[in-house]
Ligand binder design. Structure first.
Ligand code: GTP
Ligand code: MG
Length: 182
């Protein structure tokens, strides 16, 4: 019998301002852990998630957890090299982190492209959704929906690293998109 096993290695960036929960999201996704303690990432951290996508496809997702303070440094161009997708994360309890979303998005669009010259697929994560009441959801959801359309984000998800909400879903969505262009 002929085997058609395929393996892919995808480098995906996780960016966004200080303390929005990038490291926590990755820890939850890769190690099924969460901690309330905050230790700022210095520079960049790495994590690998192996995803058995289907019977004949294996995806190795290399997550680049870039420190929020790197927005003020000059290393992002180096970190972004050869990435094929990105998550931009903000903290729904701090509006300044939402304002920074566009800055991060511009930074990627300026510094990295897919091999064909197309912009990177980017998914917005509205993190710490465990911290808001459901009443605000609809308005925020409508706003994020049009915001993504207008600003070239593929999509968005409410996430919570604390309660493990939507992290697998968001990753599946982005990986699915990356695979569909292969
Ligand atoms: P930098 O490394 O400085 O860029 O920050 P970061 O984006 O990696 O943030 P980190 O994951 O370290 O989380 C910052 C703080 O937010 C920590 O105290 C976490 O426990 C908390 N946190 C992260 N995700 C969530 C979440 O989904 N819900 C709640 N309630 N707290 C969260
Ligand atoms: Mg971090």
């Amino acid at each position: 019998m002929e085997e058609t096993n395929k393996e892919f290695l995808f480098k995906v960036l996780v960016i966004g301002d200080l303390g929005v929960g990038k490291t926590s999201i990755i820890k939850r996704y890769v190690h099924q852990m969460f901690s309330h303690n905050y230790r700022a990432t210095i520079g960049v951290d790495f994590a690998l998630k192996v995803i058995p996508w289907n019977e004949d496809t294996l995806v190795r997702l290399q997550l680049w957890d870039i420190a929020g303070q790197e927005r003020f440094g000059n290393m992002t161009r180096v970190y972004y090299k050869e990435a094929v997708g990105a998550f931009v994360v903000y903290d729904i309890t701090r509006s300044s982190t939402f304002e920074a979303v566009m800055k991060w998005k511009h930074d990627i669009d300026e510094k990295v492209y897919l091999p064909g010259g197309l912009p990177l697929p980017v998914v917005l994560l509205a993190n710490k959704c465990d911290s808001i009441g459901t009443g605000e959801d609809k308005m925020l959801a409508d706003h994020l929906h049009s915001y993504c359309k207008e600003n070239g984000f593929l999509s968005w998800f409410y996430t919570s690293a604390k309660e493990n909400v939507n992290i697998d879903e968001a990753a599946r969505f982005l990986v699915g998109h990356i695979l569909s262009n292969k």
